[in-house]
Design a protein around this ligand. Sequence first.
Ligand code: XIL
Length: 407
Amino acid sequence: MNQRRPLQRRPLARRVLAVAVSAATVAVSLPAVSAAPAGCDPAVPDTCTLRELADRLGIRIGAAHGPDELAIPSNADTLAREFNSLTPDNAMKMYATQPTQGAWDWAVADETVEFAVAHGMEVRGHTLVWAQDTYTPQWVLDITDPAEMRAVLDEHITTTIARYKDRVHRWDVINEPLDYTNIDGGLSDNVFSRVLGPGWMAEVFAMAHAADPTAELWVNEWGTDYLPGRHDALVALVGSLRDAGVPVHGVGIQTHRFFGGPDGPDEGAFEQMLRDYTDLGVDVAITELDIPIDPADPDGLTRQADAYRRIVSACVRVERCREITTWGITDAFTWLDSFVVPVLGPLPTPTRPLLFDENGQPKPAYFAVRDVLAAASRPASLQTTTTAPDRAVVPAVAVATNPRFTG
Ligand code: XIL
């Protein structure tokens, strides 16, 4: 009962606009962006961008972007001014880069990386393997021979990491390892687990580690912030991987708030949840934050701002919470407007889940995040780094043997 759609269809008007914008900018590789305001004083938050405040705290503030969004000058401007990290929403997924075997397509992924480099931003590589059959290309789903599967995964991972090795230092190695249909947790049944057996995740992490021993390797999951069974399952999985010596360095909490919405989460409980991961010795990040609101709710924007405030406050208090990334830039383009949520069905639209409104203007949620970052302090030792030299010491164990993992 996987209700998600592999490829999002945008409304016709938006697609036409996107094509027009792409055509108009075809001769210009990168849109010009305005400089950030000078003289950020955190005591006067109005003088600061999110990016300036995040840089000061040594935390990443990021946004995901769709394929046509970088070509929209106002979006490019907002991204470069307000964010220090960028995640491509779909362009680095296997179905995008290798839709059929060996037919690599890097066009959109390259745009992301080039934009980020041009504007001094980092990139979150998302994602090397998505542990859900719905998002795995058919040619991979057809593989039944373990040796062939290993060779395909190794080539995919090694080629992708090698292409961006000097510019991308963080990878979501495995996306959504938990059973998508089980709100209580449990591991996903997918073509990789079926063909390679329960040690498949350890194998995949070992391949990524071999491809770049200094890269941060992450696992990323949805629903754990709202569904306790999924949180417990992810803690157990990451603990098992670590116990088995698997080089996993961080846990991404997607934090799509389509469950719980603007009334959640409880700030203290959310902070403790983040600490449950850092207690395992790994970093944690909020990787896909969006908080939809009901268009009929007159207080929606205020409640949304408060939810953003709680989530960001919790993250900045946890030293190993390294990143807060929103899943989109402005409310004009959000996957939630067409997403069919498990159990709930479609959300009332427009969902308006992001920090900037449909015209690119900052919302109450933006100011809430900015005020939290402005008021926060973190130890000076917490600098954002673009390399992870200490990571190389993590042993690259090939196959997990821990019974909690294999059982
Ligand atoms: C979503 C994209 O935003 C959509 O355009 C696409 O149709 C489906 O995937 N969890 C993830 C992201 O890890 O990659 C998903 O992105 C949203 C849920």
